[in-house]
Design a protein around this ligand. Structure first.
Ligand code: GLP
Length: 243
């Protein structure tokens, strides 16, 4: 894994946006895997700036989001559909037909999961997958556990993740307990992966991830060690656990 340490969140966001921009310039019809959460917000802001001020053209790009809460409506401000439109898609020129986010409203969720993986395959596969990381090492909503599912699937969220997400919801009962997430099969087929981590809260998990080359379902992100083209970009405070 190649590690990039940036002085602060702004610099981290800029380097992430530069990597996305370079991919789009290299391949205008690139397929991007996109994350949500607080970490990529600065990257999306910088990409919007590049689009508006520097003419970055995303009209050929296709996107696949990593995950969505199960049972949430898309006009709920906490849904990842809402987040992606609000923070990115509404401000750039990605064609709506090329935007893919797991459809959690579908009656047959297993079929939708299967179709999501088929759509990724038919697109030619993900060129650049951008990831955040949970405090427990989850990627998308691939949570630590005994086993890991490789395909897109519906999953129960761990207590730790539900608690981490609770800050965004009015009360605990409203926090989704399930989500649909791309599995590690989909993630690992990406030709290039960029994992972002910001803030002191991520120092421990980044220390664990980069402090060992072993893989374990207890730290889902550790599976990225198998991939040959991963960049881990972190802010200085998230790098505090590194020797
Ligand atoms: C959620 C998302 C993940 C994301 C994680 C970290 O669990 N499903 O994809 O990486 O949050 O979020 P944050 O960047 O806010 O720390």
């Amino acid at each position: 894994m190649k590690v990039i340490i940036k002085k602060d969140y702004l610099e981290l966001s800029k380097v992430a946006a530069n990597i996305v921009r370079d991919e789009i310039i290299r391949k205008p019809n690139a397929v991007l895997g996109l994350p949500t959460g607080s970490t990529p917000l600065g990257m999306y802001r910088e990409l919007i700036r590049m689009h508006k001020e520097e003419g970055l053209d995303l009209s050929g790009a296709t996107t696949f989001n990593l995950d969505e809460y199960y049972g949430i409506s898309y006009d709920n401000e906490q849904s990842y559909h809402y987040y992606m439109h609000q923070n990115f898609f509404d401000h750039v020129n990605i064609k709506p037909v090329n935007i893919n986010i797991p459809d959690v409203i579908d009656d047959d969720i297993d079929r939708e999961c299967e179709e999501y993986d088929n759509r990724i395959r038919k697109s030619g596969g993900i060129d650049l997958m951008i990831l955040g990381i949970g405090h427990n090492g989850h990627i998308g909503f691939n949570e630590p556990g005994e086993e890991m599912e490789t395909r897109t699937h519906i999953t129960d969220l761990t207590k730790e993740t539900i608690e981490a997400n609770a800050r965004f919801f009015e009360n605990y009962d409203m926090v989704p307990k399930k989500a649909v997430t791309m599995g590690f099969g989909g993630i690992m087929t990406a030709r290039k992966i960029l994992l972002l981590a910001n803030g002191e809260g991520k120092a421990e998990i980044i220390g664990k991830l980069l402090g060992s080359s072993k893989i374990s379902t207890r730290i889902p992100a550790s599976f990225l060690h198998i991939h040959s083209n991963v960049i881990v970009a972190v802010s200085e405070d998230a790098a505090k656990g590194l020797r």
